[in-house]
Design a protein around this ligand. Structure first.
Ligand code: C5P
Length: 314
């Protein structure tokens, strides 16, 4: 049986607004998600045992059932038990390039790649929407990781509407190696502090979502107005994470002082990104911030906006 290598890109949030609570305990969100070129590589091979086996050389990535990629494989085995019985287990090798616990959907992308890969390995013929329905069972941003590009995400984050793909923008990502933020903590603390602003009725949720869909950031994206995009990016979770993690606030301020189109924390952080007009500008910004914050724990990546989700490597 054939093996597959897949490329699983990271994502950043160009916009993240928390609208209210949902009956399932999650939050009603409206987000603009964007893939970037920084990516993990996932190699999938049929196994001669019935086991799901994960290999990863990154010390912070678990290789047991707590790994989302493992859970993705388990979901495929449970859902397509006949195919699992026919084909046996899978061996999954993860080459980690995306920083972990960073707000960049690294783990979610790995899970998305496993769904796409097993679909190919077992010749299931599932369509992208069918894969995304399975992805939504595993995590709110995994459906986006399957299709990638530029999209508005609503509901828990799993309902997607594609936007015109953004290109030709560069991104500097920066993260302290020794810093991670718990996503459940960030949302829980947001609820504690801001639940009085929550919208609870369906009409209210729809109108907040529609305001973003027809708003200035989406227009700027559609017209490729890069400097407008930089000014309009937004993330509600910054209100929680920046005060609790002064290093992240300081990092954002250091980017803001440079010649960048815009700077923002991605997801629940702690990665901060800066949008730049060219690769040369991105490299210059990275060097300037590295000089300003001389902490060896601070890691940087220069990457580009990407128009695709999971890709199969030839
Ligand atoms: O869906 P995912 O596993 O990525 O979510 C991680 C955590 O983030 C959830 O357990 C929840 O605490 C929070 N979350 C939320 N509302 C969402 C998405 C995530 O409250 N729409």
């Amino acid at each position: 049986m054939q093996s597959y290598s897949l490329i699983a890109p990271a994502k950043i949030n160009l916009y993240l607004e928390i609208i209210g609570d949902r009956p399932d305990g999650f939050h009603e969100l409206v987000m603009i998600m964007q893939s970037v070129s920084l990516a993990d590589r996932i190699d999938l091979q049929p196994s001669d045992t019935e086991n799901i086996k994960i290999y990863c050389d990154h010390p912070q990535v678990p290789t047991d059932k707590t790994n989302l990629a493992y859970r993705a494989a388990q979901l495929m085995c449970d859902t397509f038990s006949q195919m699992y019985a026919n084909y046996g287990g899978v061996s999954i090798r993860i080459e980690k390039n995306i920083p972990v616990a960073a707000g960049l959907a690294g783990g979610s992308g790995n899970a998305a790649a496993v769904l796409v890969g097993i679909n190919l390995l077992w010749k299931l013929g599932l369509t992208q929407p069918e894969l995304q329905d399975l992805a939504a069972e595993l995590g709110s941003d995994i459906p986006f990781c399957v299709s990638g590009g530029t999209a508005i995400a609503t509901g828990r984050g799993e309902q997607l509407d594609d936007l015109p793909p953004l290109k030709n923008m560069w991104v500097v990502l920066a993260k302290y190696d020794n810093l991670s933020v718990s996503t459940p903590w960030a949302y829980k603390t947001y609820r504690q502090q801001y639940s009085d602003t929550y919208v609870s009725d369906t009409a209210g949720v729809k109108s907040r979502t529609a305001k973003v869909s027809s708003g200035s950031l989406v227009k700027a994206i559609s017209h490729h107005e890069h400097s407008e995009i930089g000014k309009l990016i937004h993330n509600d979770l910054e209100k929680i994470v920046l005060p609790a993690y002064p290093q992240v606030a300081e990092l954002k301020a250091a980017f803001a002082a440079q010649d960048v189109l815009g700077t923002m924390m991605s997801g629940s952080g702690p990665t901060v990104f800066a949008l730049c007009a060219s690769e040369a500008q991105a490299i210059a910004v990275q060097q300037a911030v590295r000089t300003q914050i001389a902490d060896p724990q601070l890691q940087f990546w220069v990457t580009k906006l990407n128009t695709q989700g999971i890709q199969i490597k030839a």
